[in-house]
Write a protein that binds this ligand. Sequence first.
Ligand SMILES: *Cc1c(COP(=O)(O)O)cnc(C)c1O
Length: 437
Amino acid sequence: MNYEAWLKNKDLEYRDGILYFGDINTVNLANQYGTPLYVNNEQIIRDRYKKLKNAINFEYKNNEIHFAVKANSNIAILRILKSEGASFDCTSSGEIRTCLKAGISPDKIMFTGNMFTDEDFKFAVGHDVLVNLDSISQLDRLVKIIDDLGKEKRIISFRINPEFGAGHHPHTITAGKNIKFGILDNQVIEAYTKALNLGFMKFGIHIHIGSGIINPLDFEKAIEKFFAIIANIADKLDMVFEFIDFGGGLGIPYNPKEDPLNLGDFINIVVKKFKEIVERGNVGAPQFKIEPGRYLIAEASIILAQINTIKYNGYKRFAGLNAGFNTLIRPILYGSYHHIIKCDNRNENEILTYDIVGPICESGDVLGKNRELSKLKENEYLAILDTGAYGFTMSSNYNSRTRSAEILINNGCTHIIREAEKFNDLIAHQIIPDHLK
Ligand SMILES: *Cc1c(COP(=O)(O)O)cnc(C)c1O
C-alpha cells in the first residue's frame, strides 16, 4: 500500500500541505481546542465495525461482535458502537457500569474478568451480566452468590488457555503455561463437569490469545488447539455450546510498512474452520463471538500535540511535545510504534532525524525514536496516529499533569466528548490529616 493510501485508509490526507482528519483541518482543531487533544473520528469506527460484521455475516450469520471496552471506554464511543448493534466485553465492574450508563442492555455485555472478587460477581449477577470465568475455584463462589441473590443459573463460560499465544509484545501474549489467564487443557473437563454438577444447563467457551496480531496465521495454532479442546468436551461430556468466543487481538497497521490485516485471511482461518467444527455435528449450534478492541477503534483517533522545545545537543535532535507517556503510554510500555506526522507541512524543508519526546521527567519518555521529518519548529503541531485503542484508557496523571480533552468529529462537525481535567481534579480526593494542617 502506498503512503497516501495508507493515510487515506485512516481518513487522513494532506490538502495543500495541511493535514485533514475526517475532512477537518487539524491545525484549526489544535488552535480551537488546545493540545494535547484526542480526536476521535466517528465514521472510522462505524466503517470498521460494518466491515468486520459484514465479513463474518457472509460466512456465518449467528454471530456477535463484542467491543473490548478496555480499549476505549468513552460513553460517546460506546454509544456509536451500540447504535451499530455491537455487544460489549468488559474486564471490570467499572467498565460494566460505564456500559450501563451508555444505555447498553445487560444481555449485550459479557464480563471477562480475571481474579474476580465477590463484589465483582455480586455486581454482575445482580445486573444479569454473563460471566466468563478464569479459574475453576471461582465457580463455587459464583454459585453461592447466584443462590444468595435468588438468581437463575443461566449460562456459564470458561476462558480456555490454549497455550499457543501471539501478540505485539510479551505483555500482550495471553496464552501459555506460564501465563495467568484461563484454564489449561488438563483442567477443562474438570471445569465443565463441575459446572454441570452445580446445575448449569447452558455453556459457552472462550479464548483470547493476545493482542495486536496482524498476521492471521498467528491465530491458526491456538485455534486448532481450541477446537481440539471443544471436541473433547463435546465427546466426553455430551455437551453443546451456546457460543464459542475467539476473543480479540486483531491488529492494525501502526507502521506505514505494514498493510492492514487481511480480513479475508482472518475469516478463512477462524470463521470457516469454526463452521467446519459446527458442521461436524456434536457441539450444538453455537453463536460465533469475537471481542476486538484495537481493530475497531485504534485508527479512529489521533492525538494532536504541540512542539514546545527543539533541542540539538550536538549529537541528537529532540522535538519536545506537551504530550508524553502520561498521554500515550504504549511506546514506553510496549516499545510500540506510533506514526507521527506534521499537521502543517506547507514549508517542506530539509529532512532531519528527531527523537520525539514528551515532558515527563524520565528519559524513557520517547514517543518516536529517530523519526525523519521535515525540519520542525517550536509551537507547531504534530499528529500522533492510531491512538484510539489503549490511548486515553491507559493515560495517567503522572507528574501531576491533567488528562487531555477528547473530541469527536463527524460529518464536518466537532463535539467535545470529555473535557480536559483541571488542577482541582488532581487533588480532589486528597485529605490533609489534622496534625498537618
Ligand atoms: C484486551 C482483550 C480484548 C481486546 O483485545 P484487542 O487486542 O484490543 O482486540 C478482547 N478480549 C479480552 C478478554 C481481552 O482481555
